[in-house]
Design a protein around this ligand. Structure first.
Ligand SMILES: Cc1ncc(C[n+]2csc(CCOP(=O)(O)OP(=O)(O)O)c2C)c(N)n1
Length: 1015
């Protein structure tokens, strides 16, 4: 049998400490048992060691000599001499002052058992105790370290009591820290390693100590308990069906909160009969649903929840509890396992719709689009037991496990911002994970890391691991190096509750606790529900091929609904008949849903877009009417000018002040509009038109290339000021945040944000464009395909620095070619603007059109400050975004043009400069500013200006196998519009995007430019 990482929890009896031991009288309280450990004499000490055979013959030092006077007669055990109290105290003070810790450790050994120390010491200590009894004011001063004052003098009796109490405290600590390793959380009962620290003997107790009394005043419950009671209480609290990990939390208050909650109730909830019945009902619903699917759709994949059906009551309990805490909206994220059950049992998706998808009765509807049924999302209003409404949204999910999580978080954040839920209490994420995926996928760490950041905080997420102890065919020991699937979550200051899914009431307790923790501290919380997977990875897999041991144990299990139902009938809260009725009623409901689903007159109910999305569209660009994006010059001036004002006394860095001064000069028309100013004007104008703007990415407050400075810092106080937040009183929300150093997680988050912010501009900026590679899953599985798979729109904008400037293979390319390869059905927009004005109009167009498509922008590094890209205020006031930018500089009539260069982005400026330098006015240069959707009609219009057969050369600085060339070739062919021969000038095809040598780069760039002009 495959064993779980730390094995099956034995209870403490396995560790050899039985509670069935001889009763001892309370008067034994302070007598301890012999311990094997011995103190080590201090190095170079002349004092005898505890059991030194030479003790009596040890070299006479001041101490030993002094001690030797009261040495008992070791032959007969009688005392040879008795010291006076004063003498004894003096002698011992001498010893103590020469080596107090040594004497103290000897004394501790003596307290454990007098036999532990040499007979002479034994006698000394006996006398000391005697002295202490007779003259308490002088007691045992040898324990006083030389530096301590009298107030620290401890009597032997007190010390002994303190030592024993310390052992009890240690035992309690051990249970708090390690009790979870012994908790009975695995329904399959696979062996766990023993936990010696939980055996009282590990804290130097013996069975004879069981009835001694100890203080438990610092814990909840009675102030005094016997060791036996303490053990029972600790085992109940920490070693039953719940294993709590919380001792990694540094904050004592938080830890104590958890301790109190668990220890005062022994981690058990008290449920009413009605609540128990409700749990049984939800379990029954879940079981019946799986059984129904299995019988009706034999051979179909459903990724059933069987073995983990407690998830359904767990979710219901969590939703009800959250509603009572003021949550009004929950975004759920989960993978395939149990999804259909969640859709039917929790989300309220009509079973008939699910059955129809199973029967695959509407193939025409899904040609070339759609997704498998166990990836589909759903939204609905849920009514809790006490009549509260909670809106639930289950996110659409790709097959790629765990990647939906940050998407869900982004959605929550957007909802909170939208409803101005500044405390972040009304919307919440509830994420359901698989154990193998949670432990294995790095995105888990990225997600957890977002939980407390200013830019991504959502007030605490509830994580539920459906821990069926297997991932496809892989057992835990092959899938993770950690004891638990959840260990990565220990990076946060949050509790992790492992719970046996076969104990629904323990699950109920954990839900209660987890939800209260989240509400109290607004942090994430993890529920790791141990269960099993009744069948293979899917219903067609035979798990006994690869995991025979585990499946033997599974085959022996009684279904949990039956066990729980028996438990309740025994308690008398439910009769057998009632329990059976819960099953039969749900069966007949599903049966009638099935009849409707398979009827020939089935009426498909199309999902309507929610209120938020009512006015927005996806689909092809031809339905997306162009809208005016210009802003009157006066308004632009005003918007820019406002941003140059800082609060009184605010001291920016002198260079930042320069930038602000330049922006003021731009606002007065004294300087042209540079890239940074155009971008900021786009945001400012949108904000004052009531469109929220959120900008998020690594170091994007300043901008990687220091062109933005959206946040200004006071160099003396460190205070921050965000000019875009101070435009007008009525403006919309502006948020700009430096993000965590993550691409996948953060892009997922921002994509999610865009799903719930259709009216705003949501921007993710990559530090260097190439880093977007790291987020490929989010791009492929969500951004480019969500509309096709799930009919979900997004207006996310991705700013990706791109351009060959000799910065090496990694910092030259945002891999334009990859985005273009993913383009189809007008799924995204890909732009590479060449001027500040184009950037301005493009950003505004992204919001002002009611067409919602992700926008991928290749942004420049080189020309951020270049005069070539600047614009006038009139360009921003009157123009609009040009998909194809016609040649505006050539001085010749169109009919005299003999060569047409076509390009996109940065290289345009180099080509234009070269043309001017060469005086080649017979060459026209057309810029493709929007590569997708490819503006063929506009191109046609531009090419029609020139004579047919004028050759067209596509020029790019990227290697031939990268950039836009192959895409352009595939779209327009070698004979553009059947009239113009098309060829390409580029760097040769290359395995990596660029050279690492700046000089080689210059040589290569020169070759491209020369070849473009036929030199
Ligand atoms: C990123 C990713 N890698 C691999 C897979 C293939 N796969 C699907 S389910 C699965 C096992 C998942 O195990 P676990 O997380 O424990 O969830 P379970 O299916 O057991 O509920 C694997 C490997 C996937 N869907 N996504």
């Amino acid at each position: 049998m495959e064993s779980i990482a730390r094995g099956f929890p034995p209870d403490c009896r396995r560790a050899g400490f039985s509670l069935e031991v001889t009763e001892m009288s309370p008067s034994d309280t302070l007598m301890a048992t012999p311990r094997p450990a011995r103190p080590v004499a201090p190095e170079n000490s002349t004092l005898p060691s505890a059991n030194s055979p030479n003790f009596m013959s040890a070299s006479p030092t001041a101490s030993t000599r002094q001690i030797s006077s009261p040495t008992p007669d070791t032959t007969n055990g009688s005392h040879q001499a008795n010291l006076t109290t004063d003498e004894l105290v003096r002698e011992l003070e001498n010893v103590a002052s020469s080596s107090p810790s040594y004497v103290e450790s000897l004394y501790q050994e003596y307290v454990k058992s007098p036999e532990n120390v040499d007979v002479a010491w034994r006698e000394y200590f006996r006398q000391i105790a005697e002295v202490a009894r007779q003259a308490p004011h002088q007691e045992a001063q040898f324990f006083r370290p030389p530096t301590m004052g009298d107030s620290n003098v401890v009597s032997p009796v007190e010390l002994e009591a303190a030592i024993l109490q310390e052992r009890v405290d240690r035992l309690i600590r051990n249970y708090r820290a390690m009790g979870h390793y012994a908790a009975i959380i695995d329904p399959l009962g696979q062996p766990r390693e023993p936990v010696p620290e939980l055996d009282p003997s590990s804290c130097d107790f013996s069975p004879s100590d069981l009835d001694r009394q100890f203080s438990t005043v610092s814990s909840s419950g009675p102030n005094v308990r016997t060791l036996r009671e303490i053990l029972q209480w600790l085992r109940n609290t920490y070693c039953r069906s719940i294993g709590a990990q919380f001792m990694h939390i540094d904050n004592v208050k938080v830890r104590e909160w958890l301790q109190d909650r668990m220890e005062s109730s022994e981690n058990r909830i008290s449920l009413t009969a009605d609540q128990q019945k409700r749990i049984l009902k939800r379990l029954s619903d879940a079981v019946v649903f799986e059984d129904f699917i299995l019988r009706k759709f034999q051979g179909a994949k459903s990724f059933s929840l069987e073995g983990g059906e407690t998830l359904i009551p767990l979710l219901e309990l969590a939703i009800n509890k959250s509603a009572s805490q003021g949550v009004e909206e929950i975004i759920l994220g989960m993978a395939h396992r149990g999804r259909l059950n969640v859709l039917a049992s929790i989300m309220g998706k009509p079973a008939r719709a699910i059955f129809r998808e199973f029967a695959d009765l509407d193939p025409q509807m899904h040609l070339g689009r759609g997704d498998v049924k166990y990836h589909l999302g759903y939204s609905n209003d849920y009514t809790t037991a006490d009549g509260k409404k909670v809106h639930l949204s289950l996110c659409f999910n790709p097959s790629h496990l765990e990647f939906v999580n940050t998407v869900a978080l982004g959605r929550v954040r957007a909802k909170q911002d939208r409803r101005q839920d500044v405390e972040r209490r009304k919307s919440m994420a509830l994420l359901i994970h698989g154990d193998a995926a949670f432990a294995g996928e790095g995105i888990t760490q990225e997600m957890l890391n977002l939980s407390e950041l200013e830019s991504t905080r959502t007030g605490g997420t509830v994580h539920v691991i459906v821990n069926n102890q297997i991932g496809f065919t892989t057992p835990p020991h092959q899938g993770r190096s950690t004891a638990y699937a959840t260990d990565v979550a220990k990076m946060l200051q949050i509790p992790i509750f492992h719970v046996n899914g076969e104990d629904p009431e323990a699950v109920a307790q954990v839900v209660e606790l987890a939800m209260d923790f989240r509400c109290e501290f607004q942090r994430d919380v993890v529920i790791d529900m141990y269960c099993y997977r009744l069948r293979g990875h899917n219903e067609q897999d035979e798990p006994r091929f690869t995991n025979p041991g585990m499946y033997k144990a599974i085959d022996r299990r009684q279904p949990m609904r039956v066990t729980y139902s028996n438990h309740l009938t025994k308690l008398g809260g439910v009769t057998q008949q009632e329990a059976d009725e819960l099953v039969s009623q749900h069966k007949s409901q599903l049966e009638s849903e099935y009849q409707v689903a398979t009827a020939s007159d089935y009426q498909h109910r199309w999902e309507q877009p929610n209120q938020l999305w009512k006015t927005y569209r996806g689909g092809n660009e031809d339905i997306a009417h162009d809208v005016p994006t210009g802003v009157p010059v006066d308004r632009l001036k005003q918007l820019l000018e406002i941003q140059t004002h800082l609060p009184d006394g605010f001291k920016p860095h002198p260079k930042i002040q320069n930038i602000l001064d330049q922006r003021r000069a731009i606002s007065r028309g004294e300087k042209p509009v540079d890239w940074g100013a155009a971008e900021i004007l786009a945001y400012a104008s949108l904000l004052t038109e009531k469109h929220p703007v959120r900008l998020h990415g690594q170091d994007c407050e300043r901008g990687t290339f220091a062109h933005r400075h959206a946040v200004v810092h006071d160099i003396e106080t460190g205070a921050k000021y965000v000019p875009l937040q101070h435009l007008t009183v009525e403006q919309a929300r502006f948020q700009v945040y430096n993000s965590a150093l993550s691409e996948t997680g953060v892009l997922g988050f921002d994509y999610g944000f865009s799903l719930d912010c259709p009216d705003g501009l949501t921007i993710w900026e990559a530090q260097f464009g190439d880093f977007v590679n790291v987020a490929q899953v989010i791009i492929d599985q969500f951004i480019t395909s969500a509309e096709d798979k799930w009919n979900r729109y997004s207006g996310l904008t991705m700013l990706l620095p791109h351009g060959f400037e000799g910065a090496g293979p990694e910092h030259s390319s945002a891999r334009l070619e990859r985005f273009l390869e993913a383009c189809a059905e007008d799924n995204i927009q890909v732009c590479y603007p060449t001027t500040a004005a184009q950037m301005f109009h493009m950003l505004r167009r992204q919001v002002l059109r009611h067409w919602r498509k992700p926008l991928v922008v290749m942004t420049p590094k080189y020309y951020l400050r270049s005069p070539q890209v600047t614009a006038t205020l009139d360009d921003l006031a009157n123009g609009s975004f040009q998909r194809i930018y016609p040649d505006v500089l050539t001085t010749r009539p169109d009919s005299e043009v003999q060569r047409i260069l076509m390009c996109t982005g940065k290289i345009y400026h180099e080509l234009a400069q070269r043309r001017q330098e060469l005086g080649r006015s017979e060459v026209a240069i057309i810029r493709v500013e929007q590569l997708y959707p490819l503006p063929t009609a506009e191109l046609q219009q531009q090419l029609s200006r020139y004579a047919p057969n004028t050759p067209v050369t596509w020029v790019q600085e990227e290697p031939e196998n990268m950039g836009a060339w192959r895409f352009i070739l595939a779209q327009w062919g070698l004979n553009v519009l059947s009239q113009h021969q098309l060829r390409c000038v580029s760097r040769p095809a290359s395995a990596s995007p660029a050279t690492g040598s700046k000089k080689s780069h210059e040589i290569e760039q020169e070759r491209v430019l020369s070849e473009a002009f036929g030199q």
